[in-house]
Design a protein around this ligand. Structure first.
Ligand code: BDP
Length: 332
């Protein structure tokens, strides 16, 4: 009996030593293709982590949404500890950490620079901390740029009235769903970014909304040929880490600090990639014969007015944050 116990003990110790000797392998989920700004940043993040942890941690990036069809599913996997990392839009994360809606209300920022001053300042850093302290099991590592979002449709629109009755794919976020319904359209959720093209082609939806690079790289411009320049939201991207996964894989506190530092270092890299890609995609889409609908100030005002109720419905709890964001905007 004693012999069996000793043998088992030796086997157990040996197994643990073997595990300790090899790298901890973790997966990162990304819905964009290779070469897209966020995917480039994910790969740079993985490279830095491997280098700085001297190979103790190996992160493999899975692009194109092969791990999760929707970002909401990816976030769920992080919560459960079935996935190490995900680079996602802040919109679906707000369903887990509602405070995040405060920084993605429509027409909140004057420009990308304004948003970055907010994200790199107290508000943005507090928001990252809130993700970790929310009890969601998610850890926010850094922000990435995602430009601003416009509606794209199978028909021309210059005012909210033109969107009436249309079915628009929205991200899995109740505030965004409401935003589009305030225009008189019907929001459709549960459709991953990679399924929009086929959903438009099959008539399930009449359009969606996104930035130039997503509209371009997913090929959606071939299905919905009208891009309406209302620039309603700036929704940043977030690189998320799973608390449960780090615990289960016994990633040390020191290595978690290294991971956090590496993520922060990829932020500027992504922003630079983003700026180049945004221009390239706009040119690409325009050259393909897309109808880019410019709005007059009066037409744009109609979109702003229609979406305003969100500030009372979703922003009431965050009036001081919204005021602080406006204050930062005075410099721009
Ligand atoms: C893109 C984001 C991506 C989102 C997508 C969407 O980069 O993370 O999945 O929008 O609308 O801009 O779902």
């Amino acid at each position: 009996m004693k012999k069996v116990f000793v043998t088992l003990l030796i086997a157990f110790v040996a197994l643990n030593l073997a595990v300790a000797a090899g790298p901890i392998k973790l997966r990162l989920s990304e819905i964009h293709m290779d070469g897209y700004p966020t995917t480039l940043a994910d790969r740079e993040f993985a490279r830095l982590v491997k280098e700085r942890t001297q190979g103790r941690i190996e992160i493999t990036v899975y692009a194109n949404g092969v791990l999760n069809a929707t970002e909401a599913e990816g976030i769920e996997a992080l919560v459960l500890g079935a996935l190490g990392f995900a680079r996602v839009s802040a919109a679906p994360v707000a369903e887990f950490v509602p405070d995040l809606n405060a920084i993605q209300l429509p027409f909140l920022y004057k420009s990308a620079d304004h948003m970055w001053a907010v994200l790199n300042g107290q508000i943005g850093q507090d928001m990252l901390k809130k993700i970790q302290s929310s009890g969601s099991g998610l850890i926010g590592l850094c922000w990435y740029d995602a430009g601003s979002r416009c509606y794209y449709l199978t028909k021309k629109a210059t005012s909210p009235a033109d969107l009436k009755g249309l079915k628009i794919r929205m991200q899995d976020n109740k505030m965004m769903v409401r935003m589009t319904e305030l225009l008189g359209a019907t929001s459709v959720t549960g459709i991953g970014s990679n399924e929009i093209y086929s959903s438009i082609m099959s008539g399930v939806i009449d359009g969606a909304e996104n930035n130039w690079p997503t509209y371009d790289t997913k090929g959606d411009y071939k299905a919905a040929k009208y891009y309406i320049l209302d620039y309603h939201t700036r929704v940043p991207e977030i690189l998320l880490m799973s608390e449960a996964s780090m615990k289960a894989r016994k990633v040390s506190a020191a290595d978690i600090e290294i991971i956090k530092q590496c993520a922060k270092e990829t932020q500027e890299y992504e922003i630079a990639q983003w700026k180049a890609m945004e221009k390239k995609s706009e040119a690409n889409v325009r050259a393909a014969g897309t109808t880019v609908v410019e709005l007059t100030p009066a037409q744009l005002q109609l979109f702003q007015d229609a979406m305003k109720p969100l500030y009372a419905e979703y922003g009431a709890k965050y009036t001081s944050i919204i005021a602080a964001i406006a204050e930062v905007g005075k410099k721009f």
